[in-house]
Design a protein around this ligand. Structure first.
Ligand code: GLP
Length: 242
């Protein structure tokens, strides 16, 4: 596991975007796994800057997002589809049909999970999975539990997760109670995982996940079983590795 700590957020963003653009340059048909949350935003902004300079094209790239809230229409400002449009998709030349996000508003959510897994299977393998981490160690929306699921599934969000994400909604009640998420099996199948964390409030969970025992009650600890994880931390999140 390659753990890199950066003094500034700009350096972290440039490093993260550099890894992604390097991949797309060597493999224009790369399959990217994308994440939402505040953590990857700076990297997406950097990717857009590189794209605007004419240095990269996403025309042949395919993307799969980790997760989506259940019950929010796709055009709701806080759906992860809207998030991705706002921060990345609307600014680059990625063809609309090549970006995949589970449909959290599908009439049959179980069927939607199966459809998403079929799309992932058709894509064979995610080349690079961008991954953040929740304060409780969740990855995607795989919440701590006595057992974890491999494929895409419906999850009931922990109250702490809803509270953490309430900052984006008018009230706590407006935060969805459920979500659809890729399972840990799919995440761990990615060729490379780009695991990113920022801020002092992530320092302990990141350190425990990457150095402590591997357990399903701390889903990010499963990353220790993956042969190719690159970890990007800002100085605060990486404090305990110094
Ligand atoms: C969200 C997302 C995760 C994300 C995490 C951290 O709930 N489902 O994919 O990694 O929480 O979010 P943030 O980056 O805003 O701290």
């Amino acid at each position: 596991m390659n753990i890199l700590t950066f003094k500034t957020n700009e350096e972290l963003n440039e490093a993260g975007a550099g890894i992604i653009t390097g991949l797309i340059r060597t493999n224009p048909r790369a399959v990217l796994g994308l994440a939402t949350g505040s953590t990857p935003i700076g990297i997406y902004e950097e990717l857009v800057r590189v794209y605007r300079k004419g240095l990269i094209s996403f025309k042949s790239v395919t993307t799969f997002n980790l997760d989506e809230y259940a019950g929010l229409p796709a055009d709701h400002p806080e759906s992860y589809r809207s998030f991705m449009e706002r921060h990345l998709f609307s600014h680059i030349d990625l063809p609309a049909g090549q970006s995949h996000i589970p449909d959290g508003n599908a009439p049959d959510l179980e069927a939607e999970c199966k459809r998403y897994d079929r799309l992932l299977e058709d894509a064979k393998q995610i080349d690079l999975q961008i991954l953040g981490v929740g304060h409780n160690g969740h990855i995607g929306f795989n919440e701590p539990d006595h057992a974890l699921r491999s494929g895409t599934h419906i999850v009931k969000l922990r109250e702490t997760t809803r509270e953490a994400n309430a900052r984006f909604f008018p009230t706590l009640d407006a935060v969805p109670t459920h979500a659809l998420t890729m399972g840990v099996g799919t995440i761990l199948k990615a060729k490379t995982i780009l695991f990113i964390a920022r801020g002092a409030d992530k320092a302990e969970i990141v350190h425990e996940a990457l150095t402590g025992p591997i357990r399903t009650e701390l889903p990010a600890s499963l990353l220790q079983t993956h042969p190719n994880v690159v970890v990007l931390l800002d100085a605060e999140a990486g404090r305990l590795f110094a």
